[in-house]
Ligand binder design. Structure first.
Ligand code: MSP
Length: 485
């Protein structure tokens, strides 16, 4: 692989506080960023996340909270502080936090759109149809449910619009994009999501509107050469993936870009974005990783249903690493994943309190009783089995199969547990116990190394505990929790 890795999350609408769903993509991106920092070095990894701050949905929520067009910047500033804090509290190691109201992004986005215009790929026409304010999307017939509404948002979010807009010639580029996907020049993981896109590209592709009249959407960037129109928020938002590199002077990362996102916005990233890049004559990104959704007790997470789980609630209950673990071990790789509190707590107790936590306490206690320490020159390399087993830890992470990579580690945890129970070192003399105990301690450092991208704090604690001059018992890593909510 190239010696660089650029991973991005979608930029989230600055219209509310973050919920657990937003942490699915962000935590996944964080794991790969940490993993590649470990394997190819800190300077070769760049990881962005952040906020999409323009458009109707942001404008409407700001107005609901008493802001107006003149003060709305204050509203998004407040949201940015809130989101940054939430990401920092959950150990998200982003390199750059995107904000689309950054004037440098605004300027870059305008120049980018100008390139589409210069290339004769933009024309003025009339749009007539439905628009979902929640998705910020012009709806096609296939986007609508049986009742004629958006399946993701409240019916009052869908409005009929008839307006004169600028259009982008998506139809011109769709066959080229299809070819690039077929040739895997744009990789889409997993395969089922790739097929979905290819099948939709088999149908008729219409051009898309890329501006809105200012009287309808004022909170946006002015369209190039026409201040009566604002840039359609999605078009501007996608450009963040390049403007971030421009702003931070990291342009060299572009060819190694991997976009992580949920299934709801696959079309924008896999079809519209490459078409824009082709038109503006930019190189393409490497690929996308599309996951499904976490749902709660069988229902979509939604503000109006009030079934939101916030990152704060999760951290209060499970701690930072516990939260990362319950999210990643329930990762909605192909199908949606149901995360009721009871289910999360069960998983936490079984794998963290009992599994990993018990094993660490058990080995530490035995080492302490036997006055054992690892010699300081013990150099532990990542376990060979992680790469050689079928699938294997590394292969799973490189394919973004986080839950499977975790299963590999937990298999080692179980094996070590079984080995200790079989050998009962507690019955051995100090001299005889030394060798097996050294082996278990080394094995735990190995496990900690593999855990690092997933549970960074825990990995560090284990390393410290077992590498110090003396191995000592410590408080349990993960206190057992009462089951239920
Ligand atoms: N602003 C656009 C994205 C622009 S990217 C150039 C947007 N924002 S959003 O706030 O609606 O975030 C959507 C993303 O949040 C999804 O694609 C997904 O990555 C994440 N998730 C939101 N809810 C989720 C779940 N319930 N489960 C998993 N991920 C979810 O769309």
């Amino acid at each position: 692989m190239d010696k660089r890795f650029y991973v991005t999350t979608p930029i989230y609408y600055a219209n509310g506080a973050p919920h657990v769903g937003h942490f699915v993509t962000t935590t996944a991106a964080d794991v790969v960023a940490r993993y590649y920092r470990q394997t190819i070095g800190n300077n070769n990894v760049f990881f962005t996340t952040g906020l999409d701050e323009h458009g109707t949905t942001v404008e409407q929520s700001a107005i609901k909270e008493g802001y107006n067009l003149k003060t709305i910047q204050k509203y998004v500033d407040k949201r940015a502080v809130e989101w940054k804090k939430a990401f920092e509290q959950t150990g998200i190691s982003y390199n750059y936090f995107v904000r689309t109201t950054n004037p440098k992004h605004e300027e870059f986005a305008k120049q980018f759109i100008q390139k589409l215009i210069d290339n004769n790929d933009v024309y003025k026409s009339k749009y007539y149809g439905k628009y979902c304010n929640g998705c910020e999307k012009f709806l096609t017939l296939s986007d609508l449910n049986k009742e004629g509404y958006c399946p993701l948002h409240r019916p009052d979010q869908v409005v009929k619009v008839e307006e004169k807009n600028y259009f982008f010639k998506l139809s011109k580029y769709a066959p080229k994009v299809k070819k690039l996907i077929l040739e895997n020049k744009i990789s889409i993981i997993p395969e089922s999501k790739r097929e979905e896109i290819l099948s939709r590209l088999g149908g008729k592709i219409e051009d898309i509107s890329i501006s809105r009249p200012k009287e309808k959407v004022a909170w946006g960037i002015d369209f190039p050469n026409d201040s009566r129109q604002t840039c359609y928020v999605w078009i501007e938002a996608l450009i963040n993936y390049i403007s971030s590199l421009e702003i931070t002077d990291k342009k060299e990362f572009w060819l190694n870009a991997h976009h992580f996102l949920g299934k709801d916005i696959s079309w924008f990233h896999n079809v519209i974005w490459p078409a824009m890049l082709l038109s503006a004559k930019y190189n393409l990104f490497k690929g996308t990783f599309i996951h499904s959704f976490v749902i709660i007790s069988g229902e979509k997470i939604s503000k109006s249903k009030g079934n939101i789980i916030t990152p704060k609630e999760l951290i209060e209950k499970y701690g930072v690493d516990g939260t990362r673990y319950v999210i990643l071990s329930n990762f909605p790789y192909i199908n949606d994943s149901d995360i009721t509190w009871g289910h999360l707590t069960e998983k936490y107790n079984a794998d963290l309190a009992n599994g990993l936590g018990n094993l660490v306490s058990r080995v530490a206690k035995l080492c302490e009783q036997n006055d054992l320490a690892l010699s300081s020159d013990t150099n532990v390399k990542p376990h060979v089995s992680y790469s050689s087993q079928q699938g294997g830890y590394h292969v799973h992470i490189e394919r973004f199969e986080f839950n499977l990579a975790l299963e590999e580690i937990w298999r080692d945890i179980k094996d070590l547990d079984v080995e200790i129970s079989k050998n009962h070192p507690w019955d051995l003399s100090k001299e005889k116990a030394a060798q097996p105990l050294q082996k278990y301690a080394r094995e735990l450092i190995n496990i900690a190394y593999a855990l690092k991208p997933f549970l960074p704090e825990t990995a560090e604690k284990i390393e410290k505990q077992f590498r110090g001059p003396k191995i000592k018992s410590e408080a349990p890593l993960f206190p057992r929790l009462p089951t239920g909510r």
